[in-house]
Ligand binder design. Structure first.
Ligand code: FES
Ligand code: FES
Length: 171
């Protein structure tokens, strides 16, 4: 492909500025995986239903298979690789570990990014609100109970063990 068929995008991905030439039709999910090698963002369907591709775009959880890379130009993207810090898991990651919120793990990056987006908007969700917040992500393995418990646990930890989420974590 010659350069006339591509456009330049500039994005801050997991805190690092990335400048790349992309086809205008390139999806953000493919940009992250194929251009940047961030393969934690999974692609689990071709109908925008599974949510395995969920990332944060300027702090909002979005399905990256529904966004063109050019639409994310000059925005900040956080993928699952950007969640934890060196030497420490993000509370959502730790809670998924502690509460066994995964089996095969294929859906997990998208579920965790969705949970992070949810907890940013509603730091102390009830069990019902967690279920509603995770409505857009599909897990083929766990039956969701442990996922809901993990999100509730993360909420409780992030809120200092306060609020209804602490109780929801033990339901
Ligand atoms: S890959 Fe399934 S919703 Fe994006
Ligand atoms: S843990 Fe396997 S699809 Fe969710």
């Amino acid at each position: 492909m010659n350069n006339q068929d591509t456009v330049q995008v500039t994005m801050t991905v997991n805190g690092r500025t990335r400048v790349e030439q992309v086809e205008p039709r390139l999806l953000l999910a493919h940009f992250l995986r194929d251009h940047l090698g961030l393969t934690g963002t999974h692609i689990g369907c071709d109908t925008s239903q599974c949510g395995a591709c969920t990332v944060l775009l300027d702090g909002q959880a979005v399905k990256s298979c529904t966004v063109l890379a050019v639409q994310a130009d000059h925005q900040a993207v956080t993928t699952v690789e950007g969640l934890g810090q060196r030497g420490g898991l993000h509370p959502v990651q730790q809670a998924f570990w502690d509460k066994h919120g995964l089996q095969c793990g294929f859906c997990t990056p998208g579920v965790m990014m969705t949970a992070v987006g949810l907890l940013q908007q509603n730091p102390t969700p009830t069990s019902e609100e967690i279920r509603e917040g995770l409505d857009g992500v599909i897990c083929r393995c766990t039956g969701y109970e442990t996922i809901v418990r993990a999100v509730a646990e993360a909420a409780a930890v992030m809120a200092g063990e306060a609020g209804p989420s602490a109780a929801a974590a033990n339901e």
